[in-house]
Ligand binder design. Structure first.
Ligand code: SF4
Length: 336
């Protein structure tokens, strides 16, 4: 039942011969009180709890692993789904901020050359329930209320658009986990029609663009989607989103030594983003694919200095959890 909206739960209650208000009780138990089973729902009559046990099920995930980083307050979870697939999610704790990085697909079809998930290939989309359940499970297991959610784990969120938007809407619901819309970030590799759709639908969630290269030539070499949507088209869509949503979009840029980290690359990036109020996250690469490496700290610093001309906030995210393969671009299920 995880993944059903309030209206769907009310319809479900009526479909099994119960009053509509039972749907609201179920909603509260699932999303706010994070029940693990119908037996927890003590304000429902025993008769109804037993009936629910025979006609429905709660939760879609089974924990299959949990790895704690030595370097940071980061935990990676491995979950088995109800078929034979598995996904990973990551909890990062910082002072005043508890963030979960969620998966939206099993594997990914986009095959970005530096990404471990892309190397797995695409297996299937997650349901809204499987996306939301990552949050409910981790909040329960770790005893935390999440403040932030980033959809930048396994998969491309905008390729699984309907389930992702439904999941984000549930996570944002005031009677559920109530995570602020501005703290729910969808990270996209740049599916242009979906960016226009997202902008037109007026969601409260934020968009981050995985840019990773400042020219078409370099982007096409790193991200096959660059062949379908050249930078001019992508930037036009991002500017449309920025204007329509009145947001300063975030650009993610993985720094790969000797590939996209030169001073010329930084100057090209300045040229590409000039005039667009935005934020830039630079992510020195986390070893996931052998042929790529992170630049050293001096090279990162030189890159940052060159971006000063943009007068935009630039942050360097030395990713958390690299020692447990939980950092950006490292999530992948290793089958033996
Ligand atoms: S970086 Fe994102 S879009 Fe690219 S292959 Fe990895 S998961 Fe897919």
């Amino acid at each position: 039942m995880t993944g059903l909206t309030l209206q769907e739960l009310e319809e479900f209650a009526e479909s099994i011969g119960e009053k509509k208000f039972r749907g609201r009780q179920l909603f509260s138990w699932i999303y706010e009180r994070k029940a693990t089973g119908f037996g927890d729902m003590t304000d429902l009559a025993k008769r109804l709890r037993e009936k629910l046990d025979t006609v429905a099920a709660l939760g879609c995930l089974q924990q299959a692993g949990r790895t704690l980083s030595d370097e940071s307050n980061t935990v990676k979870y491995l979950f088995h789904l109800q078929d034979d697939h598995s996904i990973e999610s990551v909890l990062m704790r910082e002072p005043g901020r508890r963030t979960c990085c969620l998966s939206t697909q099993v594997g990914c079809a986009f095959k970005c050359s530096f990404c471990a998930t892309g190397a797995m290939g695409f297996h299937r989309d997650l349901t809204a329930g499987e996306i939301v359940d990552q949050v409910l499970f981790i909040e329960r297991e770790a005893g935390v209320d999440l403040t932030n959610v980033v959809l930048m784990g396994m998969g491309e969120p905008l390729q699984n658009y309907d389930a992702v938007i439904k999941a984000c809407t549930l996570l944002n619901h005031p009677d559920g986990p109530a995570i602020a819309g501005r703290h729910i970030v969808l990270s996209t590799v740049g599916i242009v029609p979906a960016i226009y759709r997202f902008a037109d639908e007026g969601h409260p969630f934020r968009l981050a663009i995985s840019l990773h290269a400042p020219t078409d030539e370099k982007r096409k070499a790193l991200l096959p989607i660059g062949r379908k949507y050249p930078l001019a088209e992508l930037m036009k869509a991002v500017r449309y989103y920025a204007q329509k949503a009145r947001q300063h979009p975030t650009f993610e840029y993985v720094l790969l030594a000797g590939v996209n980290d030169s001073e010329q690359d930084a100057e090209n990036l300045v040229r590409l983003l000039k005039g667009l109020p935005c934020k830039i996250n630079l992510i020195p690469y986390n070893a996931a694919i052998e042929k790529f490496f992170a630049p050293d700290a001096q090279a990162v610093d030189r890159f940052v200095q060159r971006l000063r001309a943009l007068h935009a906030p630039v942050s360097v995210r030395w990713s958390k959890g690299a020692d447990i393969a939980a950092a950006c671009g490292q999530l992948a299920i290793r089958r033996t």
